[in-house]
Ligand binder design. Structure first.
Ligand code: MG
Length: 382
C-alpha cells in the first residue's frame, strides 16, 4: 500500500473572521464547534482514517498553546508554518520529506466537516493522477461587479468551487512548491498548475465548509450541532418580608424568600438547568453559598455566568422552560414580564424563554406556603 501523509494547514490568523465572538483573538481554527476546537475535529478526521499513515499540522509559533489543547491525545506532528498559506505548505512538505511518503493530502485546518468518504475519493483519484481536488458545482448566478454596480453576468459553464483535501504525488508537489515559492498562490492545485502538472476533480461535499466568517461557524453549528438537555430544581423557604424575587422581578408579597443570595428560585433552577445541559457542575459549585461575595447577590449574575459558559463552548441556548411551584403570589399577572426579564438578562430572544406556574393543590410545603419551588429545563445546541 502507498504511504499517504496528511498536512493540515492551520497557520492562518483568521483576519477575515468577524468581531463579536466570545473567543475573539483566537484564530478561527481554534474556536469551539460542538464543544471542541474546530481544528480538533479536522485532525481527528485524518488521524482516524485508515488510509492516512501520518498526520502533520503547520501552525503558527504563537499558537503552540491552543494547538497542544486541540491536538491532545491525537498522533499529530506540528511544524511551524510561514507568512502565507503557500509558505506554510512548502515548509510542511520539507519537514515531511524525511519520512518520504508516496502521497500527501493537504487540508485546511478550518474545514472540520471533511468526511472519510471524501478522503477516500481523493486518495482513490491519485491512482490515475498526480493531483486531485474535490470540487462542487456553482449553484448561484455569478455577476461581475464594479462596486455595487453589476457589470456583467458570468456564465457558470465549466466553473466549479474547489475544496480541500487536495491530494498529490508527494515528490511532484514538493518540487512544484520549491519552484513556485513566494508566488502567493491560494491553493496547492494552483501550485501544481503553475508548475505544469494536470489536476483532476473528484466530487466534493457541500458540508465541507471552510470556516471563514462567524456566519460559517453558525451555519455549521446549525447543521451539525448536537442537542443537549439539562434540568434544574430549587426550593427556598418563605419568611419575613414584603416581596419575593422571581425570574429577576421584585414581586410584592406577604412574605419574603430566605436565602444567601436574592433567593430567586426560578433563576437558580434555570441556572442549574443550563449548567446541566453542558455538563458543568451546579450552581453551588460555581457560586458557593459559603462565599460572602454572593450574599444578597442578584441571581442575574449566576444565570449570566452559566450562559457565558455555554457561549464559550461555541454552543447556543435554544430554549429555557421554567415552572414555578407555589400557591401565592399568583404568577400569571407577571408571566409576560418574567419572560421579557429573563430574555433581557440573557440577551436572547423572548421566544426562547417560557415561564409557567402551578400549585400543589394545597399539599406539601408549597401548599402550606412554607416555601416556593421551581424546576427548569434548558435545551442547548453544542
Ligand atoms: Mg437556590
Amino acid at each position: 500500500m502507498l504511504e499517504t501523509a496528511a498536512l493540515i494547514v492551520a497557520a492562518g490568523r483568521g483576519q477575515r473572521f468577524g468581531a463579536g465572538s466570545p473567543n475573539l483573538g483566537l484564530p478561527k481554527q481554534y474556536l469551539p464547534l460542538k464543544g471542541e476546537p474546530i481544528l480538533r475535529h479536522t485532525l481527528r478526521a485524518f488521524c482516524t482514517h485508515p488510509g492516512i499513515s501520518r498526520v502533520w499540522a503547520a501552525i503558527r509559533r504563537d499558537d503552540a498553546g491552543p494547538f497542544a489543547a486541540a491536538a491532545a491525545g491525537l498522533p499529530v506532528a506540528a511544524v511551524l508554518g510561514g507568512a502565507a498559506r503557500q509558505d506554510s505548505v512548502r515548509l510542511g512538505l520539507e519537514a515531511i520529506a524525511a519520512s518520504a511518503p508516496d502521497l500527501v493530502l493537504i487540508h485546511d485546518g478550518a474545514r472540520p466537516m471533511v468526511s472519510a468518504a471524501l478522503i477516500d475519493r481523493v486518495i482513490a483519484g491519485l491512482a490515475a493522477a498526480e493531483a486531485v481536488v474535490p470540487a462542487v458545482p456553482v449553484i448561484d448566478t455569478l455577476k461581475r461587479v464594479n462596486g455595487a454596480q453589476i457589470a456583467e453576468t458570468v456564465s457558470r459553464d465549466n466553473l466549479v468551487r474547489v475544496q480541500t483535501p487536495q491530494g498529490f504525488r508527494f515528490a511532484a508537489l514538493r518540487a512544484a512548491h520549491q519552484k513556485t515559492a513566494g508566488e502567493n498562490l491560494t491553493d496547492d492545485a494552483a501550485v501544481m498548475e503553475r508548475a505544469g502538472h494536470g489536476v483532476i476533480c473528484v466530487p466534493g461535499e457541500e458540508m465541507n465548509i471552510k470556516v471563514t466568517t462567524t456566519d460559517d461557524l453558525s451555519r455549521l453549528q446549525a447543521a451539525s450541532g448536537e442537542i443537549r438537555t439539562g434540568t434544574g430544581f430549587d426550593v427556598h423557604r418563605l419568611g419575613a418580608g414584603d416581596f419575593v424575587t422571581l425570574c429577576g422581578l421584585r414581586i410584592p408579597h406577604s412574605h419574603g424568600l430566605i436565602g444567601h443570595s436574592d433567593a430567586d428560585v426560578a433563576l437558580h433552577a434555570a441556572t442549574d438547568a443550563i449548567l446541566g445541559a453542558i455538563g458543568d457542575g451546579d450552581i453551588g459549585q460555581h457560586f458557593p453559598p459559603t462565599d460572602p461575595q454572593w450574599r444578597g447577590a442578584p441571581s442575574d449574575r449566576f444565570i449570566q455566568h452559566a450562559h457565558s459558559l455555554v457561549k464559550a463552548r461555541g454552543a447556543m441556548l435554544l430554549h429555557l422552560d421554567i415552572t414555578i411551584v407555589c400557591e401565592r403570589p399568583k404568577v400569571s399577572p407577571h408571566r409576560a414580564a418574567m419572560v421579557a426579564k429573563i430574555a433581557e438578562i440573557l440577551g436572547i430572544e423572548p421566544h426562547r424563554v417560557s415561564v409557567k406556574a402551578t400549585t400543589t393543590e394545597g399539599l406539601g410545603f408549597t401548599g402550606r406556603g412554607e416555601g416556593i419551588g421551581a424546576q427548569a429545563v434548558a435545551t442547548v445546541r453544542l
